[in-house]
Design a protein around this ligand. Sequence first.
Ligand SMILES: Cc1cc2nc3c(=O)[nH]c(=O)nc-3n(C[C@H](O)[C@H](O)[C@H](O)COP(=O)(O)OP(=O)(O)OC[C@H]3O[C@@H](n4cnc5c(N)ncnc54)[C@H](O)[C@@H]3O)c2cc1C
Length: 556
Amino acid sequence: MMFSRAEAIQRIIDTPFQVCMIGGGATGSGCALDGALRGLKTVILEGTDFGSGASSASTKLIHGGLRYLQQGLAEVDFEQFRLVKTALRERRSMMANAPHLSRTLRICVPCRSSWDLFYYRIGLKMYDWLSGNSRLSGSSFADRRASLAKMRRLRADGLQGTVSYSDGQFDDARYSLALVQSAAQSGAEVLNHASVIGFEKNLSGKVIAANVFDRISGRSFKVNAQVFVNATGAVSDHIRQLANPQAEPRLQPSKGVHLLLPLPADFGVEALLIPHTEDGRLIFAIPWMNRLLVGTTDTSSDPAGEMVVNRGEAEYLLRHLNRYINPQFRLEEVVSATAGLRPLVQPVKLSQTKQISRDYEIETQSESGLISIMGGKWTVYRAMAEDTINTVETRLMGRVTPCKTRSFRLFGAEDEPDRLVEQLMKAYPLSLSVADHLVRKYGSFAACVLEPCREDSGLLYPIADGALPIRAEVVYCVRQEMAASVEDVLARRLGLQFFDWNLALKAAPVVAGILAQELEWNRSTERNALDEYVTLIENFQEKIRRFDAAEERTAK
Ligand SMILES: Cc1cc2nc3c(=O)[nH]c(=O)nc-3n(C[C@H](O)[C@H](O)[C@H](O)COP(=O)(O)OP(=O)(O)OC[C@H]3O[C@@H](n4cnc5c(N)ncnc54)[C@H](O)[C@@H]3O)c2cc1C
């Protein structure tokens, strides 16, 4: 559904837009889809790649937020209950609108005291109750023996039993892309690697155009729109200050990291929630695409900082995981890791980021007219977008038209995933795991991915020995999903970088070769693209191995 970047840029330059979204993560893309469905002339400008910020570095849970429920109970704070209830309602829409990208996940809480058992049984019943009609499947208790039978890796010492409950799990990077594709299909223009670097204003000080730098071609151009929406997540203050240099900072970004470990065959299907940690937060160990995703941390962070995982952070997560798991995981077993910044809005001065609410706020700068949507979390992206577009429409037309996103099936979500897998296996010589992988990534467009294989059967080969993704996917990602770098392909579109850094390094030359062919790169551009990717991954690997006393302290 997407077009070439050069054509997209020309159309964007030539069009006067009603609304311009700055930032193509969950928030900006969600807003663009909502705006386009209401008939607004809409454009998304994404500075790096769609979903490359926090939106692909999450814990991949579509959840009400157990921790906010705990805070609500501890502080008798009804606002926290309201947040949980809203998120639980959104959880249902988010899962129903993209079944190929989401699923129900059972999460198990190991309890080592009678108090914990009582607390989690009551707390999770309350979570069930708050879910109302949006309930997935109710919470349940298992005694010690039954718990150890279903989760054979669980440490037996001190264990009294477990309480399990359900939440949603999703492919955050592909969900982000599906929002962009849905927005494009609904009439929005979309562009990645296009950074907003400044604004132009009219005589009364209102922003009327954005100056944009295209990182791929190196050229700059202007985008005209009646309303600009700042959806740049953790760096929102920078855009707010570009529009008004006197704007007070509002964001307190918080860094969160995840590790990916080999998934032990006997781990079981449920995720593990680690209820007691040194800093009072919850840590999850979640089966995810045949890996164990472990996270997360929560440390105040500079948005200009490098988004890598340092050894202190990795050791913090492993230390907590190993208190509940047997045999223990070692640092050397980490196959990949991710880091991202939560875009927390600071209401008052608070010292710990984990105390700041995950609620969101829409701000309109009175002079420049810039609208900023700040805070929130993935699960409530749709509600955030609805409120933002209501604000945009009120500015543009003095009234609000009905929002259409609550039950809008996203790009690729038209068919039932299991049926699609069967169809693919009938039409092409694919293993069940490859067919399933394709449907889980592209939904009903999986058949389009495979179309060029009719002419060139070599495209059915994996991009590296031992990897699920096939070469045809790279072609599709360039032609239809605006992938422009090795990282765009391996990190967000195929997910191999999160699955295994070493496997991603093995696949990188093949990916660079296909990119070169599709984008007509010369040899030196191809070599540079490959070198850039290898350096990126080696830097991740080096940071996680290196001991740094200062970073170690930050992680604690
Ligand atoms: C570790 C971690 C775990 C999380 N886990 C969960 C979870 O399990 N469930 C959940 O619901 N939520 C979770 N969240 C929260 C959720 O991921 C975020 O709230 C959400 O992704 C924010 O989306 P966003 O679009 O606002 O920000 P981002 O995804 O960061 O997007 C902002 C975009 O703006 C772009 N941008 C920046 N500057 C410019 C510019 N000048 N011009 C153009 N574009 C620009 C960036 O490149 C970026 O792509 C988690 C967050 C973190 C960090």
